[in-house]
Design a protein around this ligand. Structure first.
Ligand code: SF4
Length: 188
């Protein structure tokens, strides 16, 4: 399947209840030939309205982290686990993850990145499960962020979601350090 055919399916999708509240199902963006795919959770209000990925407050943070790392959006492919906005920023349900992750699975097949970088809890949890890796309990989950997981043919590198900085600005230092490895990986 071509990426443009997949994107058309996403744009027209009504497989879960989120289709009734969204303005746009926001498709992946960036360099589909890149070795690196970053996977956020879901579009926010600004993304839903503008039909663009990571352009709201979290987008401003990720752009700063990428600039610090020396990586441009053209160097990477960006997408989300859930393609439609979640009401009141609630967590995605099991059903929504099950339905929408089919699209992410196809994106991974098509883009075929060497580095898969899930951002935040839900995307990381999904990617760990997809590749048959043990999922730590919630209290220990944070230990995964910034740890490189080498599998046959791919590297999974979970990072904190940029919105983590809203709640805990003191994590700026460790997040800059962890994001800076993106550039190092791209050059290998
Ligand atoms: S969240 Fe995903 S599965 Fe649900 S309607 Fe949007 S594109 Fe379809």
């Amino acid at each position: 399947m071509l990426l443009q055919d997949l994107n058309q399916k996403i744009i027209n999708c009504n497989h879960c209840q989120l289709s009734t509240i969204r303005k746009h199902a926001v498709i992946g963006q960036g360099n589909s030939s890149s070795d690196m795919m970053l996977i956020g959770q879901s579009p926010g209000k600004v993304e839903d309205e503008s039909n663009s990925l990571f352009v709201g407050p979290s987008g401003q943070i990720i752009d700063k982290l990428l600039v610090f790392a020396g990586v441009t959006r053209d160097d990477i492919y960006l997408t989300n686990l859930i393609k439609c906005i979640l009401p009141k920023s609630r967590r995605p349900s099991h059903n929504e993850i099950r339905e929408c992750s089919n699209y992410l699975d196809r994106e991974i097949e098509i883009v075929d990145p060497r580095f898969i970088v899930p951002l935040g809890f839900h995307s990381t949890r999904y990617i760990l499960g997809k590749y048959g890796l043990e999922k730590p309990d919630k209290n220990n989950f944070h230990k995964l962020f910034g740890k490189k997981i080498q599998l046959k043919g791919i590297i999974i590198y979970p990072l904190r979601h940029p919105t983590a900085l809203f709640f805990n600005p003191s994590m700026g230092g460790i997040m800059k350090k962890n994001y800076s490895y993106l550039n190092i990986f791209l050059k290998t």
